[in-house]
Design a protein around this ligand. Structure first.
Ligand SMILES: [Zn+2]
Ligand SMILES: [Zn+2]
Length: 247
């Protein structure tokens, strides 16, 4: 079933001229999630518990840190650090045993097992992020709804056909969603369309980047920029999705 909370933003994203409408949606979702983490979510015990347990990835810690509300950040970090201490202290007894060398002189100390376990716990915390999880969930719904709209709304389909396609990351994600949600016949039609669209669009970007390099030749100083002026950043966006630009 198509839900308006997903169809409306998708339609809006297609009104913007961009390299990838899904990147636009993802960026919006990310900004909302970061604001929420330091805003309304502060008062939600369930969110706080999840925030303490999952923590944040480097990129999202960076985004939280850039927000002006330092008190909210400190309150989030206070309980998050406390959770880290609890996790670390689960190892206190094992480390004490190592210290006392309870295993005796001729047996292995077990230090390797303890270090492995400690690394596993740290890695698990490092890899988890409540904001990444939220984005992945919402973007998963967006890609499914996109496929449904493609399948059932001719008007939307023609909008997609006139667009600049997607970045390569979202090309993969949309193909994966298509594979799960379309019949074999529909999948064939969609895959051919998407492949041709993406190939043509990435060639366009390649020409624009080339034009950018030509402008650095003094013989071309009077040449029109055309669409080339921001071609380097758009070429990254086409390949890897949106990146954070310095203001
Ligand atoms: Zn994208
Ligand atoms: Zn993250």
């Amino acid at each position: 079933m198509k839900e308006q909370i997903y169809t409306i933003p998708i339609n809006e994203a297609y009104e913007t001229d961009c390299e990838c409408p899904l990147c636009l949606l993802e960026k919006k979702c990310e900004e909302e999630a970061v604001d929420y983490a330091l805003g309304a979510a502060m008062m939600e015990p369930d969110f706080r518990m999840e925030s303490n347990q999952k923590g944040y990835c480097g990129k999202h810690f960076e985004m939280l840190n850039e927000k002006p509300n330092k008190l909210s950040l400190a309150l989030v970090m206070e309980t998050l650090v406390a959770e880290n201490i609890t996790e670390l202290e689960k190892f206190t007894k094992k480390i004490d045993d190592l210290k006392k060398d309870k295993c005796g002189l001729f047996r292995k100390s077990g230090s390797k097992e303890i270090v492995d376990e400690l690394c596993q716990m740290l890695k698990k915390r490092e890899d988890s992020c409540i904001i990444c999880d939220k984005i992945n969930y919402t973007m998963g719904r967006y890609t499914e709804v996109f496929i449904d709209m493609w399948r059932t709304e001719p008007e939307f389909r023609s909008r997609v056909e006139q667009s600049k396609g997607f970045c390569l990351v979202h090309m993969r994600k949309i193909l994966e969603a298509a594979e799960k949600n379309l019949s074999d016949k529909q999948l064939k039609e969609f895959a051919v369309f998407l492949y041709e669209k993406q190939t043509a669009q990435i060639k366009r970007i390649s020409e624009e980047v080339h034009r950018f390099t030509l402008k650095f030749d003094y013989r071309n100083k009077d040449m029109e920029w055309g669409n080339a002026q921001d071609a380097p950043v758009r070429s990254i966006e086409k390949v890897a999705g949106t990146i954070r630009k310095s203001e």
